[in-house]
Design a protein around this ligand. Structure first.
Ligand code: OAA
Ligand code: MG
Length: 496
């Protein structure tokens, strides 16, 4: 830690950590587990975003498996080249939408590597059971295509049938090589592929889309716990989103589902208090242009409204959620409008990394005179406003996917069901303490994340057993204890 702290540039710390992971894996995980709050922003968001942007020029050696279009017809062989044979979790990207940074081609590899290091540090999955994969079908990023250090295919992205066939070959090769119980986490695919891949493969594979489902689960947990601070139940609230992509529509649907389960109201009803704004304005049923299929459930009846500010004034939301991938879009006027409507406006600026956050923590507190309950996707430091210290929460899917994955693995789950996501949300919300609430926090600190992950894993496994999706028998009695007993801990073994 002394050496790491000598590096003042975040990217240098990242490179030092990657070197350490290579040189002494146990020490890497020991450091990460014992200093999670300090090191999460180094190996993960936001620094991993910069690392992906510069991945070619800081490249040392491959940390995961690259599968390029050139290997069409041979993907199974390529998988067999990976030295570890017993794989439990794969995180795969095609690099088309890396965080809120756009198409970074196969330089997106930093993301599966970072996510899987959290699977181990936060969720206790053995490092050797984790496989980071980047599918290289080209990139439409002109700068990268001309960059002398770019490490991927120098061609535009394969699309349509060529893309679908390549992914189909990949998905069947994975199942053939690792069996039915390997978890495949889709990460940072573009909208147009993410929804389709999830719908297509959730019936035949154990798949989980972190950006749609993981983000939804973590945000729902924050909303459930925020009720302690703002009062009411979820159905008493009105939600407005800026951004109607994977995160926006994923969260919206999970909120609607939770309300529907709790009140027995049909989904079509519970969706009605959830509104989404995209680049064309409020999504309404009378919109002339065609609305993409994943936005259709949110096209409610309302006159057209062009801007977010107008939508805030018209809809009067109690909760404002940013999933736009565009920084600074929660302007002073927007936040002030939220503050004039609500005593305690709930504001979530979820886009990553920090540069893409819809507003900063400081702005959220200042523009609401310290009344906002605020959380963001990327971490912000505590804010001193009018002599009081405000601690922002981090609504990042890192709270969910490690424990969620552990729950699937330990129960031998074969499919992911939405009820497992709801179980994970409730488990996370239940980990927020009175002490956290007193500080205005809607998420527990990351310091206790391994304990939190064990609780999430236990609830996910319990639900999987209940739904008949778990293949590991017999059902362990104390699932929290069992989860803890499954977790990898970095210690040196005695060889005597
Ligand atoms: O990686 C993160 O910090 C959260 C996430 O999935 C994304 O922004 O795409
Ligand atoms: Mg992501």
């Amino acid at each position: 830690m002394n050496i790491l702290r000598e590096y003042k540039v975040p990217l240098q710390r990242y490179m030092a950590m990657m070197d350490l992971q290579e040189r002494n894996e146990k020490l890497f995980y020991k450091l990460l587990i014992d200093n999670v709050e300090e090191l999460l922003p180094v190996v993960y968001t936001p620094t991993v975003g910069e690392a992906c942007q510069k991945y070619g020029s800081i490249f040392r050696r491959p940390q995961g498996l690259f599968i390029s279009l050139k290997e069409k017809g041979k993907i199974l062989e390529v998988l067999k080249n990976w030295p570890e044979k017993s794989i439990q979790v794969i995180v795969v990207t095609d690099g088309e939408r890396i965080l809120g940074l756009g198409d970074l081609g196969c330089q997106g590899m930093g993301i599966p590597v970072g996510k899987l290091s959290l699977y181990t540090a936060l969720g206790g999955v053995r490092p050797s059971a984790c496989l980071p994969i980047t599918i290289d079908v080209g990139t439409n990023n002109k700068e990268l295509l001309e960059d002398e250090f770019y490490i991927g295919l120098r061609q535009n992205r394969a699309t349509g049938q060529e893309y679908a066939e390549f992914l189909e070959e990949f998905m069947s090769a994975v199942k053939q090589n690792y069996g039915e119980k390997v978890l495949i986490q889709f990460e940072d695919f573009a909208n147009h592929n993410a929804f389709e891949l999830l719908v297509k493969y959730r019936k035949t594979h154990l798949v989980f889309n972190d950006d749609i489902q993981g983000t939804a689960s973590v945000v729902l947990a924050g909303l459930i716990s925020a009720l302690k601070l703002v009062g009411g139940t979820l159905k008493d609230h009105t939600f407005l989103f800026l951004g109607a992509g994977e995160a926006g529509t994923g969260i919206a649907e999970l909120i609607a589902l939770e309300i529907s389960k709790k009140t027995n109201a049909p989904l079509e009803e519970t969706r009605k208090k959830i509104w989404l704004v995209d680049s064309k304005g409020l999504i309404v049923s009378s919109r002339k242009e065609s609305v993409q299929h994943f936005k259709k459930p949110w096209a409610h009846e309302h006159e057209p409204v062009k801007e977010l500010l107008g939508a805030v004034k018209a809809i009067k939301p109690t909760v404002l959620i940013g999933t736009s991938g565009v920084g600074g879009t929660f302007t002073k006027e927007v936040i002030e409008a939220m503050a004039s409507i609500n005593k305690k406006p709930l504001i979530l600026a979820l886009s990553n990394p920090t540069s893409q956050s819809e507003c900063t923590a400081e702005e959220a507190y200042r523009w609401t005179q310290g009344r906002a309950i605020f959380a963001s996707g990327s971490p912000f430091d505590p804010v001193d406003y009018n002599g009081k210290v405000f601690v922002p929460g981090q609504a990042n899917n890192a709270y969910i996917f490690p424990g969620f994955g552990l729950g699937l693995i330990m129960s031998g789950a074969i499919r992911v069901h939405d009820d497992l996501l709801l179980a994970a949300s409730e488990a996370l919300a239940a980990q927020v303490t009175e002490e956290d609430y007193a500080k205005g926090l809607i998420y527990p600190p990351f310091t206790n994340i391994r304990k939190i992950s064990a609780h999430i894993a236990a609830k996910v496994a319990e639900k999987a057993y209940e739904l008949g999706l778990a293949s590991r028998l017999p059902h362990p009695k104390d699932l929290v204890k069992y989860a803890e007993s499954c977790m990898y801990t970095p210690v040196y073994h005695s060889y005597r």
